[in-house]
Design a protein around this ligand. Structure first.
Ligand code: FAD
Length: 307
């Protein structure tokens, strides 16, 4: 019941102000976010890389409402990639972008976002790394997948994200499961109407398995974005049955969630990539993490009570 309320709050400016001002919010945010600035995020990347984990970095931000902020997002990603190059981390770390932070929702936003992310993809390719386009709410899927297709013409390793809660996703997966295509499969983190998405967790999980089967049977590079032990076991089973080499797919989890499991999978020889968000605009990301798990909310609320 609380999940939908928190997801609605994730888009409320009033709630943003209340939560951000609470003195004890920060320590809880720090569990999921690797600092406000690039420097601490790079230290996190370095220590994850030293532990045998790959990384995808997200410069936090979404839903920008003006062009100047969209350009600032692009510039932040260009600085991030330059730092990865200078620190020689380009072989361990890629970047994840949200197109709403590149202006996708502005008038003419498809082209504005494409132009911004194209520059990011060019620099990523030049330094030997990749870009994955996060998937946001269902109204953005057509535009985001079209931008993936455009970018892939010159940057074939550009990653797409599919959400198993959407009814359309099996069809999208069939279209994307082609040679060289990197596809992250997640369950989906937004509040979606029953007209477009499964509402029942059981149905979302069943759909996740069906899409996993499509991706593992195809010729692309599946990226299993889940903390769910059952989904991980099924992906491992599909990899064995399909005689897939360990470097032909990967697991992905979020920074701060099931950290021991991330290390265990890497130690077993699996490719494990950690999604590392950083930056001052952590509110929407943080609220979605609370919505996913009541225990996170309880932990957060306890931090307000006097001890
Ligand atoms: P669940 O069934 O939700 O959880 C399974 C188990 O994982 C839980 O029992 C718990 O042990 C653990 N767990 C899950 N979530 C949490 C949490 N917040 N805190 C603590 N433990 C938890 N969604 C999008 O809509 N678009 C994206 O682009 C996107 N990118 C993602 C990238 C990565 C690498 C990952 C891992 C997720 C991404 N997501 C994205 C979020 C995703 O859609 C889910 O909301 C989220 O991963 C929870 O689903 P789950 O598969 O982990 O399974």
């Amino acid at each position: 019941m609380l999940g939908p309320v928190l997801l609605a709050a994730a888009r409320s400016d009033r709630m943003r102000r209340v939560i951000a001002a609470a003195p004890l919010t920060r320590p809880v945010v720090n569990r999921f976010v690797a600092g406000d600035a690039l420097r601490p995020a790079l230290s996190t990347v370095r220590s994850l890389a030293d532990a045998g984990l790959d990384v995808t970095l997200d410069h936090l931000g979404e839903d920008v409402t003006d062009k100047a902020t969209a350009h600032a997002t692009r510039d932040a990603y260009l600085r991030l990639l330059e730092s990865l190059r200078d620190e020689r981390l380009g072989d361990r770390a890629e970047v994840s972008v949200k197109l709403s932070a590149f202006g996708q929702a502005l008038p003419g936003g498809h082209d504005i976002a494409l132009e911004g992310v194209r520059q990011v993809a060019e620099l990523a390719t030049a330094i030997g790394t990749t870009v994955t386009l996060d998937m946001e709410d269902h109204t953005t899927v057509d535009s985001t997948l079209a931008i993936v297709r455009e970018l892939r013409a010159h940057h074939p390793r550009t990653g797409a994200v599919l959400q198993s809660y959407l009814f359309r996703t099996e069809e999208d997966a069939r279209a994307l499961a082609t040679a060289g295509s990197r596809v992250r499969l997640v369950k989906g983190a937004y509040k979606e109407p029953a007209s477009v998405a499964h509402q029942d967790k059981k149905d979302v999980d069943l759909a996740y398995v069906r899409v996993l089967r499509i991706l593992f049977a195809g010729e692309g590079y599946p990226m299993v974005g889940s903390h769910d032990p059952r989904m991980i076991a099924i992906a491992q089973e599909l990899a064995v049955r399909g005689h897939r080499a360990p470097d032909s797919y990967e697991f992905q989890m979020l920074y701060g969630i099931r950290t021991a499991e991330q290390r265990r999978l890497a130690a077993e020889g699996a490719r494990m990539r950690v999604y590392v968000p950083y930056g001052a605009d952590w509110y929407g990301y943080f609220m979605r993490r609370l919505a996913e798990r009541p225990a996170n909310l309880a932990f957060f609320l306890r931090s307000f009570s006097p001890t």
